[in-house]
Design a protein around this ligand. Sequence first.
Ligand SMILES: NC(=O)c1ccc[n+]([C@@H]2O[C@H](COP(=O)([O-])OP(=O)(O)OC[C@H]3O[C@@H](n4cnc5c(N)ncnc54)[C@H](OP(=O)(O)O)[C@@H]3O)[C@@H](O)[C@H]2O)c1
Length: 324
Amino acid sequence: MKAVLCTHAGAPDDLVAADVPDPAPGPGQAVVDVAAAGLNFFDLLIVAGKYQFKPAFPFSPAAEFAGTVSAVGAGVTGLAAGDRVMGYCGWGAARERIAADAGTLVKLPAGLDFDRASGLSVTYGTSYYALKDRAGLKPGETLVVLGASGGVGLAAVELGKLIGARVIACASSDDKLDFARRHGADETVNYAREDLREALKRLGGERGIDVVYDPVGGPYAEAALRSLGWLGRFLVVGFAAGDIPKLPLNLVLLKSCDVLGVFWGAWIKREPDAHRANAADLVRWCADGKLSAHVHATYPLADAARALKDIADRKVLGKAVLRP
Ligand SMILES: NC(=O)c1ccc[n+]([C@@H]2O[C@H](COP(=O)([O-])OP(=O)(O)OC[C@H]3O[C@@H](n4cnc5c(N)ncnc54)[C@H](OP(=O)(O)O)[C@@H]3O)[C@@H](O)[C@H]2O)c1
């Protein structure tokens, strides 16, 4: 079968196409014919050898996938050849077939296509865990989302609206903000043009912002933290801007606010039942059209490098998806 391989730490252009043996399902595993594999910003970091997970070489990038079960191993119940599923694997999905732990696969309802399903696990999973389980976002609260047109950002905008919050989307261009508005954002801030701190102070009013969702970091984190009101919550999701910010703790004291870490990939292993319940909500809402799981573009497997470079160049709205 065809696969994209990362043979050493490097850039997207260092990835190579290869023929590798077909996987066989081990005990408790299912083999899935990968119809679509979702790419994430962190694939760039994994390929560069700069992520918290460092797979042994050679490995395939792509942390999530959707497709059809073609075989199941010993001891697998509730799953059979022909089932349509999605899954999260951390890395390894940029190939035609993958063997995965059957217990981690989620069956897809009719009405949820493979392209959208392939990008649902990580982005919506992370944002749902962050907003619901970490921040306890409530209807009527004000949510600020940085990087609001990206993978996790768009998911936070849509889930914030679904929870009933007032959502302020922040991004670097008017096109991205229009996109966020079309997906439910109530207000917008262009942080490439406006001073984020001033804009959020104005939009937060006397009460201030209740929850900040930050997958960007860099200079925006402190500006956003300053916008929080009393008992606000700041969600540390990622550092797409590159710099890991340092936050003045006096602000945390003065606002009696919480700075909350979000490590979805670890949480799903620690609390698999809660993760499964969240995933069930997400596939249902996506099939019902309440979440878009917007696919920016699909790319053939051979164009994996181009897809990753589009993510690095901040061109992707929603998800970039490989079609093996
Ligand atoms: N904590 C977790 O469990 C978890 C799970 C998944 C992802 N993440 C992290 O969340 C972050 C976003 O992931 P994603 O897959 O949603 O990424 P994405 O789709 O590429 O979106 C990232 C957004 O960040 C903004 N950005 C600002 N500076 C950037 C830069 N120098 N390069 C690229 N983007 C930049 C861009 O929006 P503007 O142009 O509008 O600024 C872009 O839309 C990453 O750091 C990722 O590792 C964390």
